[in-house]
Design a protein around this ligand. Structure first.
Ligand SMILES: [Zn+2]
Length: 439
């Protein structure tokens, strides 16, 4: 193997192992995936099934896939021992400390390249109580579309500081809103438009990003100031906000472009036009990029939006922008929800929280108990959340572990009105449908 330059060497990771591979075509692109699982589990076939669906969604979203071949390389570490400690029912403090020490230094994550991406995932076993987020496939899927979309930006659309990256004295670009924010925004939108996320799941994800993004220290520095100085304190502590506040910024920008152009033009059209104009070999001008972007976007008010909310420190105008895609935003909203039958304040019982907060065990049942719960019943929080979300007007199906057997209780539904910060609801069906479907 020969690399033409140091840059090319870094851009082409190699996975040398006994083969566990799979491949498929999506539109004009050959996708290959290769997995090294340190405990020997063969995973390529499972990964392929999931990735194929995600990549089909990407192909529907983009006018043309930007590469003719692409490789996903994944290494899966063996953390079943940690899964056993955490999800066995009675984790000891010593065990938890051991897990935290070990996992904190592991560096799970992913990195994008021009025609590949590399993943380090963890196998936490298949314990019944393991949160769904920790499944190996879920870890891969949470990152795969995002990493693939990096082929567009920053790899195909970037500033000189990235083009001629100085590995010894790096200068950072102010455009993290574009490189990470837009990329993460697209990753979620692609999965939603492609049917990989339901409307509720998509709105929950974006609401979560909105809430988390509000923690960005906007009073101390702006998003571009953070980006330029992201290697230094205190800016680097705010880096993770590129994935929440950055993605929300991209959402608001998309909404404004759609609003101006009656949904005939959206953010991806603008990004692809810029991608054609610049491309991997021609960096844009760092300082003039907001103007270059607005020239292509042809959206009145957008330059002011960047000046005030991305370069500046003003709060993001959620209501105004999201209205353009048919959503109503309220800083404090409320919704009617099925009452949590394990809430000791609302049911006649006592519960104990175990398993790092992930399980509730019924410790005492009084005469007024109304849900059918019994002494010793164990309920996983993820089951409780799913049951409340899926509850119909009259019943909720709640899975419970009762004397080591899983039974599903038919719990009568009682409702309450709960306050929710950053509440989003669909207010204009036509606009929301246009947003939800790729023309
Ligand atoms: Zn990224």
């Amino acid at each position: 193997l020969v690399a033409s330059s140091y840059h090319a060497l870094l851009d082409n990771p190699v996975l040398l192992t006994k083969p566990d591979t799979a491949g498929f075509w999506v539109a004009n692109t050959r996708v290959t995936l290769a997995v090294l699982d340190l405990n020997g589990t063969s995973r390529a076939a499972d990964f392929k099934r999931e990735l194929e669906a995600d990549m089909a969604a990407v192909a529907r979203f983009l006018p043309k896939l930007p590469v003719d071949h692409y490789t996903f390389l994944a290494m899966v570490g063996d953390f079943r021992w940690a899964g056993d400690i955490l999800f066995s029912g009675k984790p000891s403090i010593g065990g938890i400390i051991k897990v935290a020490r070990s996992l904190g230094s592991q560096g799970f994550g992913a990195l994008e390249h021009n025609t590949s991406s590399l993943y380090y995932l963890g196998d936490f076993g298949s314990g019944e109580r393991m949160p769904a987020e920790l499944r190996v496939e879920k870890q891969l899927l949470d990152a795969a579309v995002h990493e693939f979309m990096h082929v567009i930006t920053p790899l195909g659309l970037h500033a000189p500081a990235i083009h001629d990256f100085d590995y010894i004295n790096p200068t950072m670009s102010q455009h993290l809103w574009l490189y990470e924010g837009v990329t993460e925004y697209f990753a979620q939108l692609i999965r939603y438009q492609g049917g990989r996320l339901t409307q509720q799941e998509y709105l929950d994800v974006m609401r979560g990003k909105l809430a988390q993004g509000e923690k960005f220290p906007n009073d101390k520095f702006s998003f571009t100031e953070m980006s330029r100085n992201v290697l230094d304190k205190p800016y680097k502590d705010a880096y993770m906000h590129v994935y929440d506040r950055g993605a929300v910024m991209a959402w608001l920008i998309d909404a404004q472009i759609r609003g101006t152009h009656q949904n005939q033009r959206s953010l991806i059209d603008v990004i692809m036009a810029l991608h054609r104009q610049y491309g991997p070999d021609r960096p844009f001008e760092e300082a003039g990029f907001f103007d270059a972007f607005c020239e292509v976007a042809k959206t009145p008010g957008l330059r002011e939006f960047f000046a005030k909310h991305v370069e500046g420190r003003e709060p993001l105008p959620y209501s105004e922008a999201l209205k353009l895609v048919g959503l109503e935003y309220s800083a404090q909203g409320s919704e009617i929800k099925a009452i949590n039958p394990l809430d000791a304040g609302k049911n006649d019982l006592k519960v104990k929280v175990t398993n790092l907060g992930m399980t509730r065990v019924v410790k005492k049942v009084g005469p007024e108990e109304w849900a059918g719960l019994q002494l010793g019943d164990e309920v996983a929080m993820q089951d409780l959340v799913a049951a409340r979300d899926a509850a119909s007007e009259s019943t909720m199906k709640l899975p419970v572990t009762r004397s080591r057997t899983r039974v599903v209780l038919e719990v009568p539904v009682k409702t309450e009105t709960v306050a929710r910060a950053h509440y989003l609801s669909v207010a204009n069906e036509a606009l929301w449908t246009a947003f939800s479907t790729r023309p």
